[in-house]
Write a protein that binds this ligand. Structure first.
Ligand SMILES: *Cc1c(COP(=O)(O)O)cnc(C)c1O
Length: 399
């Protein structure tokens, strides 16, 4: 068995119903049974290979789920209609009234808003901590804590979680470690570092074409079964189900993910190094100046690089906005949220994806309003892009 994420995906062999080279798309919400007894067995989860109803499973969703489980080295996985559908299902499966979560304080705005504003309605509380400090994480654990939650590379500050260190703390306290790996598919393999559950928003790098939202939970067979349980499974009962047509299209894009990740990483590293040399405040996990550079070296799967995400602090929001508008005008990318697209995307997180986080807290965590978050695209000639970006920066007075 290969121990590389891309090889594991390559080794999957799925045939279509008529010998097609892509698996057939299951275009049904419900499924017939030849024998009534088999229906009962399927309901109870004992009938291998039988389908009941597509909120629970569909062939297309299982193909994609299996491929993502292979990529993340987990026993199984279950896809969801969005990243938030996957994330909130995991919170609600693991935690009930009175329970507590320890989460990174620089996480995706939607996850932060859910834990901060929505989960308390169910009496689930969260302590937001500096995830780069193992001491602070451990100190926040209480007798009611059920989970440590973090992003392997955090949004938008690109802080790196010490997954092995966090996993040790989780084990010691008998709780689980859940990692959102959206920024670093293939680059980081959380399960290999000790994480119990790995989540992705498929919307980003994994699908890569910004034509749909999607999510996945990867974990043990037991945990995935619990999420899909017809009596008390969060994914079954809350119903954040992906449509089969989308599962089929995401699976096709997944087949090229390794090539795209390498190119995103190559381009982002070139720009990060160049703009740092020019004297800008650049944050990129592949720069020696990154405060977790050593940790990243010890964790990442070298061949895929350091990822496509970087930030540049241009000083203030006015300059950030002027620069983004000009870059879009010059066709260097889009002023848009999201990431992992073939074209470069940029936004100012303080006023967009992290606007759920109150301004005082943003400042405390080092999120200045001059920060631009870049998701670097698949540009063929990145030196040409660099020259054009630099020209824009000079024009608005950033350089
Ligand atoms: C986008 C994103 C999510 C949410 O995913 P959706 O597919 O938009 O629901 C969660 N975590 C991270 C790190 C993200 O970037």
């Amino acid at each position: 068995m290969s121990n590389k994420p891309a090889n594991k995906i390559q080794d999957l062999q799925y045939f279509g119903e008529f010998g097609g080279v892509n698996p057939s798309i299951s275009d049904s919400a419900t499924y017939t049974f030849l024998h009534a007894k088999t229906m009962l067995d399927t309901f109870e989860g004992h009938a291998e290979g039988c389908y009941l109803y597509s909120r629970h499973s569909s062939p297309s969703n299982l193909y994609l789920s299996k491929a993502l489980a292979a990529m993340e080295f987990t026993e199984n996985a279950n896809v969801a209609a969005s990243g938030m559908g996957a994330i909130t299902s995991v919170f609600l499966q693991v935690c009930g009234a009175g329970d507590h979560i320890v989460a990174g304080r620089t996480i995706y705005g939607g996850t932060y808003a859910f834990l901060k504003n929505f989960a308390p309605k169910m009496n689930i509380s969260t302590s937001f901590v500096d995830i780069t400090s193992l001491e602070k994480v451990e100190a926040a654990i209480t007798p009611t804590t059920k989970m440590i939650y973090c992003e392997s590379i955090s949004n938008p500050l690109l802080e790196i979680a010490d997954i092995s260190g966090l996993a040790k703390i989780a084990k010691k306290h008998g709780i689980i470690l859940v990692v959102d790996n959206t920024f670093s598919p293939m680059i980081i393999s959380p399960q290999k570092l000790g994480a119990d559950v790995t989540i992705h928003s498929l919307t980003k790098f994994i699908n890569g074409t910004n034509d749909t939202v999607g999510g996945v939970v990867c974990g043990t067979q037991e945990f995935i079964d619990s999420l899909k349980n017809v009596n008390d499974g969060a994914m079954m009962l809350l119903g954040p189900v992906m449509d089969s047509l989308r599962a089929a299209s995401i699976l096709k894009n997944l087949r090229t993910l390794h090539i795209r990740m390498k190119k995103h990483s190559e381009n982002a590293k070139y720009l990060a190094e160049s703009f740092e040399k020019d004297g800008l405040k650049v944050v990129y996990p592949g720069l020696k100046s990154h405060k977790s550079y050593e940790l990243m070296q010890s964790m990442y799967n070298v061949e895929y690089g350091f990822g496509g995400m970087m930030t540049i602090d241009v000083g203030n929001l006015e300059k950030a906005n002027a620069l983004m508008e000009l870059m879009q005008h010059e066709n260097l990318g889009y002023l848009a949220v999201s990431l992992g697209f073939y074209k470069t995307l940029f936004s100012a997180p303080g006023t967009s994806t992290s606007s759920e986080i109150p301004v005082e807290e943003q400042l405390e965590m080092g999120l200045s309003n001059g920060i631009i978050r870049f998701s670097i695209g698949l540009d063929n000639d990145i030196e040409r892009t660099y020259r054009a970006m630099k020209k824009c920066m000079k024009q608005v007075g950033v350089l």
